[in-house]
Write a protein of this length. Structure first.
Length: 242
Protein backbone atom coordinates (compact mmCIF):
# COMPACT_ATOMS: atom_id res chain seq x y z
CA UNK A 1 0.00 0.00 0.00
CA UNK A 2 1.55 3.36 -0.98
CA UNK A 3 2.18 5.83 1.84
CA UNK A 4 2.34 9.59 1.53
CA UNK A 5 3.39 12.03 4.22
CA UNK A 6 0.58 13.85 5.99
CA UNK A 7 0.79 17.56 6.70
CA UNK A 8 -1.45 20.16 8.27
CA UNK A 9 -2.91 22.81 5.94
CA UNK A 10 -4.35 25.80 7.86
CA UNK A 11 -7.53 26.00 5.75
CA UNK A 12 -8.03 22.30 5.05
CA UNK A 13 -6.71 20.38 8.06
CA UNK A 14 -4.64 17.23 7.65
CA UNK A 15 -4.15 15.73 4.20
CA UNK A 16 -1.50 14.08 2.09
CA UNK A 17 1.34 16.25 0.86
CA UNK A 18 1.39 15.87 -2.92
CA UNK A 19 3.64 18.75 -3.91
CA UNK A 20 1.03 20.43 -6.09
CA UNK A 21 -0.46 22.65 -3.41
CA UNK A 22 0.39 26.34 -3.43
CA UNK A 23 0.12 26.37 0.38
CA UNK A 24 2.96 24.89 2.41
CA UNK A 25 2.00 22.19 4.86
CA UNK A 26 2.90 22.45 8.54
CA UNK A 27 4.82 19.42 9.75
CA UNK A 28 6.90 18.41 12.78
CA UNK A 29 9.04 15.29 12.86
CA UNK A 30 9.28 13.00 15.88
CA UNK A 31 12.83 14.23 16.49
CA UNK A 32 11.66 17.86 16.44
CA UNK A 33 8.89 17.05 18.93
CA UNK A 34 11.46 15.60 21.34
CA UNK A 35 14.41 17.96 20.80
CA UNK A 36 12.82 21.30 19.91
CA UNK A 37 9.66 21.18 21.99
CA UNK A 38 9.57 18.67 24.86
CA UNK A 39 13.26 18.88 25.82
CA UNK A 40 13.16 22.70 25.74
CA UNK A 41 9.86 22.95 27.60
CA UNK A 42 8.04 24.57 24.65
CA UNK A 43 4.32 24.01 24.14
CA UNK A 44 3.41 21.88 21.15
CA UNK A 45 1.40 23.76 18.48
CA UNK A 46 -2.38 23.46 18.83
CA UNK A 47 -2.66 22.04 15.32
CA UNK A 48 -0.22 19.23 16.09
CA UNK A 49 -1.96 17.54 19.01
CA UNK A 50 -4.88 17.81 21.38
CA UNK A 51 -4.08 19.58 24.66
CA UNK A 52 -4.68 16.40 26.68
CA UNK A 53 -2.16 14.45 24.60
CA UNK A 54 0.35 17.30 24.66
CA UNK A 55 0.10 17.39 28.46
CA UNK A 56 0.75 13.63 28.73
CA UNK A 57 3.77 13.95 26.41
CA UNK A 58 5.22 16.82 28.43
CA UNK A 59 4.86 14.83 31.65
CA UNK A 60 6.45 11.72 30.12
CA UNK A 61 9.32 13.70 28.55
CA UNK A 62 10.04 16.67 30.83
CA UNK A 63 12.39 19.41 29.61
CA UNK A 64 16.07 19.06 30.42
CA UNK A 65 15.90 21.65 33.21
CA UNK A 66 13.46 19.36 35.06
CA UNK A 67 15.40 16.14 34.45
CA UNK A 68 17.83 14.51 36.84
CA UNK A 69 21.60 14.55 36.49
CA UNK A 70 24.59 13.29 38.48
CA UNK A 71 27.72 15.41 38.89
CA UNK A 72 30.45 13.02 39.99
CA UNK A 73 33.61 14.55 41.47
CA UNK A 74 36.65 12.28 41.47
CA UNK A 75 40.25 12.97 42.48
CA UNK A 76 42.85 12.46 45.17
CA UNK A 77 42.20 13.09 48.84
CA UNK A 78 42.64 16.81 49.44
CA UNK A 79 42.13 17.71 45.78
CA UNK A 80 39.17 19.99 46.58
CA UNK A 81 36.26 17.78 45.59
CA UNK A 82 34.03 18.34 48.64
CA UNK A 83 34.70 22.08 48.85
CA UNK A 84 33.86 22.62 45.19
CA UNK A 85 30.80 20.37 45.45
CA UNK A 86 29.47 22.38 48.41
CA UNK A 87 29.79 25.67 46.51
CA UNK A 88 28.16 24.10 43.45
CA UNK A 89 25.10 23.04 45.49
CA UNK A 90 24.68 26.66 46.62
CA UNK A 91 24.94 27.95 43.03
CA UNK A 92 22.41 25.36 41.87
CA UNK A 93 19.97 26.49 44.54
CA UNK A 94 20.42 30.11 43.43
CA UNK A 95 19.65 28.94 39.88
CA UNK A 96 16.40 27.32 40.96
CA UNK A 97 17.53 23.70 41.26
CA UNK A 98 17.88 21.83 44.51
CA UNK A 99 20.49 19.11 44.79
CA UNK A 100 21.56 16.33 47.15
CA UNK A 101 25.22 16.24 48.17
CA UNK A 102 26.68 12.77 48.70
CA UNK A 103 30.13 13.23 50.23
CA UNK A 104 32.37 10.17 50.35
CA UNK A 105 33.50 10.70 53.95
CA UNK A 106 29.94 11.20 55.20
CA UNK A 107 28.67 8.16 53.30
CA UNK A 108 31.42 6.01 54.83
CA UNK A 109 30.33 7.10 58.30
CA UNK A 110 26.72 6.07 57.75
CA UNK A 111 25.79 4.10 54.62
CA UNK A 112 29.12 2.26 54.39
CA UNK A 113 30.00 2.00 58.06
CA UNK A 114 32.21 -1.02 58.69
CA UNK A 115 33.83 -1.14 55.26
CA UNK A 116 37.60 -1.02 55.04
CA UNK A 117 39.89 0.26 52.30
CA UNK A 118 40.54 -2.88 50.30
CA UNK A 119 39.71 -2.66 46.61
CA UNK A 120 36.57 -4.74 47.17
CA UNK A 121 35.35 -2.53 50.01
CA UNK A 122 36.10 0.65 48.06
CA UNK A 123 34.17 -0.65 45.09
CA UNK A 124 31.20 -1.52 47.33
CA UNK A 125 31.26 1.97 48.81
CA UNK A 126 31.34 3.66 45.40
CA UNK A 127 28.58 1.47 44.01
CA UNK A 128 26.41 2.29 47.04
CA UNK A 129 26.89 6.00 46.39
CA UNK A 130 26.14 5.35 42.73
CA UNK A 131 22.94 3.49 43.52
CA UNK A 132 21.63 6.35 45.67
CA UNK A 133 22.66 8.88 43.00
CA UNK A 134 20.87 6.86 40.29
CA UNK A 135 17.65 6.86 42.32
CA UNK A 136 17.87 10.63 42.84
CA UNK A 137 18.42 11.16 39.11
CA UNK A 138 15.60 8.77 38.18
CA UNK A 139 13.19 10.92 40.20
CA UNK A 140 14.33 14.13 38.50
CA UNK A 141 16.82 15.35 41.12
CA UNK A 142 20.43 16.45 40.95
CA UNK A 143 22.97 14.28 42.76
CA UNK A 144 26.31 15.93 43.53
CA UNK A 145 28.79 13.23 44.54
CA UNK A 146 32.29 13.77 45.88
CA UNK A 147 34.37 10.64 46.41
CA UNK A 148 37.96 9.66 45.62
CA UNK A 149 36.59 6.74 43.52
CA UNK A 150 40.05 5.71 42.35
CA UNK A 151 39.18 2.88 39.98
CA UNK A 152 38.11 3.58 36.42
CA UNK A 153 35.97 0.46 35.99
CA UNK A 154 33.92 1.21 39.10
CA UNK A 155 33.29 4.80 38.00
CA UNK A 156 32.12 3.42 34.65
CA UNK A 157 29.78 1.06 36.51
CA UNK A 158 28.23 4.08 38.21
CA UNK A 159 27.96 5.90 34.87
CA UNK A 160 26.03 2.95 33.45
CA UNK A 161 23.87 2.77 36.58
CA UNK A 162 22.90 6.45 36.31
CA UNK A 163 22.76 6.63 32.52
CA UNK A 164 25.55 8.02 30.37
CA UNK A 165 23.49 11.01 29.21
CA UNK A 166 22.79 11.97 32.85
CA UNK A 167 26.31 11.48 34.23
CA UNK A 168 28.91 14.27 34.30
CA UNK A 169 32.33 13.17 35.51
CA UNK A 170 34.35 16.02 37.04
CA UNK A 171 38.02 15.17 37.39
CA UNK A 172 39.58 17.38 40.09
CA UNK A 173 43.08 17.17 38.67
CA UNK A 174 45.04 18.65 41.57
CA UNK A 175 48.69 17.49 41.70
CA UNK A 176 49.65 15.05 44.47
CA UNK A 177 52.23 17.45 45.94
CA UNK A 178 49.56 20.14 46.33
CA UNK A 179 47.20 17.65 48.03
CA UNK A 180 49.99 16.71 50.46
CA UNK A 181 50.68 20.35 51.32
CA UNK A 182 46.99 20.84 52.16
CA UNK A 183 46.91 17.81 54.46
CA UNK A 184 46.52 19.41 57.89
CA UNK A 185 45.65 16.04 59.48
CA UNK A 186 48.93 14.49 58.37
CA UNK A 187 47.27 11.52 56.67
CA UNK A 188 49.58 11.61 53.66
CA UNK A 189 52.60 11.75 55.99
CA UNK A 190 51.34 8.68 57.84
CA UNK A 191 50.90 6.89 54.53
CA UNK A 192 54.44 7.85 53.49
CA UNK A 193 55.75 6.35 56.72
CA UNK A 194 53.77 3.15 56.13
CA UNK A 195 51.47 3.74 59.11
CA UNK A 196 48.42 3.76 56.82
CA UNK A 197 48.17 1.07 54.17
CA UNK A 198 46.40 1.13 50.78
CA UNK A 199 46.29 4.93 50.65
CA UNK A 200 45.32 6.27 47.23
CA UNK A 201 48.17 8.07 45.51
CA UNK A 202 50.84 6.59 47.79
CA UNK A 203 50.71 2.79 47.86
CA UNK A 204 47.40 2.32 46.06
CA UNK A 205 46.78 3.55 42.49
CA UNK A 206 44.52 6.34 41.33
CA UNK A 207 43.33 5.67 37.79
CA UNK A 208 42.77 9.04 36.13
CA UNK A 209 39.64 9.45 33.98
CA UNK A 210 40.30 9.03 30.26
CA UNK A 211 37.50 11.27 28.98
CA UNK A 212 35.95 13.27 31.82
CA UNK A 213 33.24 15.75 30.89
CA UNK A 214 35.03 18.41 32.98
CA UNK A 215 38.58 18.73 34.36
CA UNK A 216 39.48 21.13 37.18
CA UNK A 217 42.73 22.17 38.85
CA UNK A 218 42.10 23.75 42.24
CA UNK A 219 45.76 24.75 42.53
CA UNK A 220 45.36 27.38 39.81
CA UNK A 221 41.68 28.39 40.07
CA UNK A 222 39.49 29.40 42.97
CA UNK A 223 36.72 27.17 44.29
CA UNK A 224 34.12 29.71 43.17
CA UNK A 225 35.55 29.85 39.63
CA UNK A 226 35.57 26.06 39.35
CA UNK A 227 32.02 25.72 40.66
CA UNK A 228 30.80 28.32 38.16
CA UNK A 229 32.58 26.49 35.36
CA UNK A 230 30.53 23.39 36.20
CA UNK A 231 27.34 25.45 36.47
CA UNK A 232 28.01 26.93 33.01
CA UNK A 233 28.41 23.42 31.63
CA UNK A 234 25.07 22.38 33.17
CA UNK A 235 23.48 25.45 31.60
CA UNK A 236 24.94 24.58 28.17
CA UNK A 237 23.60 21.03 28.51
CA UNK A 238 20.13 22.33 29.42
CA UNK A 239 20.02 21.00 32.99
CA UNK A 240 19.87 24.54 34.41
CA UNK A 241 17.80 27.45 33.07
CA UNK A 242 19.33 30.85 32.49
Amino acid sequence: MPFRELGYFPDEGYKEIDGDSSVSALTISGTEVREEYLRKGRDLPEWFSRPEIARVLSEAYPPRHRQGVCIWFTGLSGAGKSTTAEVLTELLLESGRQSTLLDGDVVRTHLSKGLGFSKEDRDINIRRIGFVAAEIVRHGGIAVCAAVSPYRATRNDVRNMVGSDRFIEVFVDTPLEVCELRDTKGIYAQARRGEIKNFTGIDDPYETPLNPEISLDTSTQSVEANARLILDSLFDRGFVCG
